[in-house]
Design a binder for this molecule. Structure first.
Ligand code: HEM
Length: 491
């Protein structure tokens, strides 16, 4: 609109304003190049809140972690859902769930996340994931060393196991598992997922997917396979997908492809962050001999406690949700990997002009239509909260008793929000417990089954920052490692 194209003037009570020097784009390019450095430099200049024009929108950044709660509490004047649905619709091409004709159903659909991903429902998901992970891992039973990219290894195992856990599998008999066509289908699905996911930042930023031919074709191919006529034949569908299918089937305005598009969105939400988070957890664990040792000891302890003998193992390992919860060393490794790789941005849209009361006592005027943004990487990389913040410390999230550490401080004050890879408030990830569980299962199983080593542990892997704002950042490139089934298992 003309309004956003024109240079805006700061009003009394509003935070300092950066219009940038490029019309419309504002500071978008500088911000995208390195959000962390950009925000740090603006914080030095302006303090704990300031407004920047980014691609036609005005974003007020809240930098002080003690003021995050003030935003999370502001249910009345801040909206998340409308904006989230708009973005998701741009990317996945599903129906406009902001339209009142979907209102009641959408609330029900949203409520399903908690009902089927948390609490008692997590037990079923956990045991299904445990079985699926081992099916995929143990397809290759050779006792030789295998060399593979660590990213390729963790992605293919987690993708297939996670896919099967949510969307089920085509048929039961386990002797059918090895046949080529099915393997091919899963590989194709994963290739399509990767092609689509690589284009995700551009599409989310507003670039029409129709112009990104490969990404569009990949998304449509994924969607084709997630139609109800196929899913209904699958065994072992998760409650989440089964109940979503029932609800979508009751929505007269949705056609079959329209329903499938919502499943593609769910597939993406369940995998896009989990895959790189699994990579980093395994990578950091293998790179630190101490971390690996502690993980091995913990896995051995839990397996022994549950009387599953390593040498007499014929069947797959079973670890209950409670056992996984008790694995605090693996938990700390995962939290530390998430801290180092997470770069999501939390956004809310102001539905009215209102005043935000910051923790410092300062009042900040926010205009209707503006966005409030929080970038938790600022907290994750704050040396006052985390000493040597760029370093991996496997026990950073363990207290002196080896239990989960929950006390972190800034300015001698205890922080409520110190680790936010899953967001917080209304937009907090409903899959967070399942996500941590499945990464723990993956780590426990690779430690249990394999001898593993990185080919070149001395050379660090850089993080690809081009996706900052979207969640867990992937590595810039893959790294080689080798693995081999432990002798006592392959015999
Ligand atoms: C939303 C992170 C795994 C399901 C989110 C959001 C974040 C996030 C930051 C909020 C996005 C926003 O504020 O715009 C992560 C990370 C994961 C992970 C870091 C893994 C390490 C999962 C898994 C599932 C899942 C495994 C499901 C099985 C969802 C859903 C939403 C969401 C459905 C949207 C919720 C809504 O619209 O209210 N996730 N997630 N996530 N996540 Fe996750």
């Amino acid at each position: 609109t003309w309004f956003t194209l024109c240079v805006r003037k700061r009003q009394v009570g509003e935070p300092p304003l950066e219009n940038g020097w490029i019309p419309f784009l504002g500071v978008a390019l500088e911000f995208r190049q390195n959000p962390l450095e950009f925000l740090r430099s603006k914080q030095r200049k302006y303090g704990d809140s300031f407004t920047c024009k980014i691609a036609g929108n005005f974003f007020t950044f809240i930098m002080d972690p003690f003021s995050y709660s003030a935003v999370f509490r502001q249910g009345k004047n801040l909206d998340f859902q409308t904006f989230a649905i708009e973005t998701s619709r741009k990317v996945f091409g599903h129906a406009d769930f902001n339209d009142p004709i979907y209102n009641r159903n959408y609330k029900e659909i949203h409520a399903l996340f908690r009902q089927t991903l948390q609490g008692p429902a997590l037990h079923n998901l956990t045991s299904s994931m445990m079985e699926n992970l081992q099916t995929v891992m143990l397809r290759n039973k050779t006792s030789e060393w295998t060399t593979e990219g660590l990213q390729s290894f963790s992605f293919r195992i987690m993708f297939e196991a996670g896919f099967r856990t949510l969307f089920g599998r085509e048929e039961k008999p386990s002797e059918m598992e090895n046949i080529e066509p099915k393997k091919f289908q899963m590989t194709t699905a994963m290739d399509n997922f990767n092609v689509f996911d690589r284009a995700f930042p551009e599409i989310a930023a507003g670039f029409p997917i129709y112009l990104l031919k490969k990404a569009y074709t990949a998304r449509e191919a994924l969607t084709e396979r997630l139609q109800h006529k196929y899913l209904k034949k699958n065994h072992g569908l998760s409650a989440l997908i089964e109940r979503r299918m029932n609800l979508f089937d009751q929505m007269p305005y949705l056609d079959e492809l329209g329903k499938a598009r919502t499943h593609t969105a769910m597939l993406w939400a369940s995998q896009a962050n989990t895959l790189p988070a699994t990579f980093w957890s395994l990578y950091y664990m293998l790179r630190s001999p101490e971390a690996l040792k502690v993980a091995q000891t913990e896995v051995e302890r839990v397996i022994q406690e549950s009387n599953q003998k390593l040498d007499k193992m014929k069947k797959t390992v079973v670890l209950s949700k409670e056992q996984l919860d008790s694995m605090s060393a693996l938990g700390s490794i995962i939290d530390e990997a998430l801290r180092l790789s997470s770069a999501s941005i939390m956004i809310r849209v102001a539905t009215e002009n209102f005043v935000l009361n910051m923790d410092s006592g300062k009042n900040v005027s926010i205009r209707k239509g503006d966005r409030i943004a929080m970038f938790p990487q600022m907290i994750h990389m704050d040396p006052e909260i985390y000493e040597n913040p760029t370093e991996f410390k496997f026990n950073r999230f363990l207290d002196e008793n080896g239990q989960k550490k929950t006390f972190f401080y800034k300015n001698q004050r205890k922080l409520k929000n110190f680790l936010l890879p899953f967001g917080s408030g209304v937009s907090e990830c409903p899959g967070r417990f399942f996500a941590v569980n499945e990464i723990k299962q993956f780590l426990a199983l690779v430690v249990f089954y394999y001898d593993m080593e990185l080919k070149d542990p001395a050379t660090p892997v850089d993080i690809d920052c081009s996706r900052a704002g979207l969640g867990i950042l992937p590595p810039k490139h893959d790294v080689l490692f080798r693995y081999k089934l432990k002798d006592c298992i392959s015999e």
